[in-house]
Design a protein around this ligand. Structure first.
Ligand SMILES: [Zn+2]
Ligand SMILES: [Zn+2]
Length: 254
């Protein structure tokens, strides 16, 4: 299994999971041209695209989806019913363009077994995913309002993980953002702070976790060095300094 992030920030999110030459795309928050060039730079061909999984309907996760669907109509789009409806409405697509799944029900796409789980965020029915292939389990959760145990139990099962580490709460409060936006980011259906991400990992990471990728860092209200330091402290606290830690860049591949 190979993981490649094509973009990871509030400006755009797109993450690839590759196994046996097939690729699942989680979210499509890049323009078609940016998606195509970064996906190609990662060494993937469009023929290899097995499907697209949507986490939720915010524009930084669906921006390029309508064009992708027009260019590659044979590639299935997977989302739960409420995300399908909301995304179809935002992008002027047809709800029938989506294969609707139910949270908690696993399904297969090529060599992948996909298990969506609920997360708290300020949209209709957002999800994270467990993706299994080659006997490995990948955990994916961004745009997470709170570090709930119901999310942690999935992380506990993972060999590799992408987890949001969005902001430093003090930097959010000291930023020039309007009070309503600050409340939204920090609220229970907003985004996961560095400390919340570290807390989730410290409580739930199991001995099988080998690689952790921190995602969706805020450009204004976080810094890669701060997110990395807090997570390294959490990993040290559970005697897991050996976990490979990557900080995903906002607009280049890793
Ligand atoms: Zn987002
Ligand atoms: Zn969002």
């Amino acid at each position: 299994m190979r993981l490649v992030s094509l973009a990871s920030s509030s400006a755009g999110n797109a993450y690839c999971v590759e196994s046996g030459g097939r690729v699942l795309l989680i979210d499509c928050g890049l323009s078609w041209s940016d998606f195509k060039s970064r996906y190609g730079s990662a060494g993937f061909s469009l023929d290899a695209l097995e499907g697209v999984l949507l986490t939720h309907n915010h524009i930084d996760h669906v921006r390029g989806l309508a064009t992708l669907h027009r260019k590659l109509p044979e590639v299935p789009l997977f989302a739960n019913l409420m995300t399908s409806e909301a995304t179809a409405s935002v992008l002027k697509m047809d709800e029938a363009d989506f294969f609707a799944f139910e949270n908690g029900q696993s399904f297969t796409a090529g060599p992948f077994t996909v298990s969506p789980f609920s997360i708290p965020h300020d949209v209709p029915d957002p999800v994270g995913y467990m993706v299994e292939a080659e006997g490995l389990k990948y955990f994916h959760a961004t745009d997470v309002g709170m570090p709930l145990d119901s999310i942690g139990v999935h992380l506990a099962d993972a060999d590799c993980a992408t987890l949001e580490s969005n902001h430093d709460p003090v930097m959010v409060m000291e930023s020039a953002r309007p009070p309503l936006l600050k409340r939204r980011i920090l609220g229970p259906r907003g985004h996961l702070s560095n400390a919340d991400a570290a807390d989730l990992v410290a409580r739930f990471a199991s001995p099988r976790l080998k690689e952790l990728r921190l995602a969706h860092l805020s450009a204004e209200c976080n810094a890669p060095a701060i997110a990395e330091r807090e997570m390294r402290e959490a990993l040290a606290s559970i005697s897991r300094p050996d976990v490979i830690l990557r900080i995903l860049p906002p607009d280049s591949i890793l």
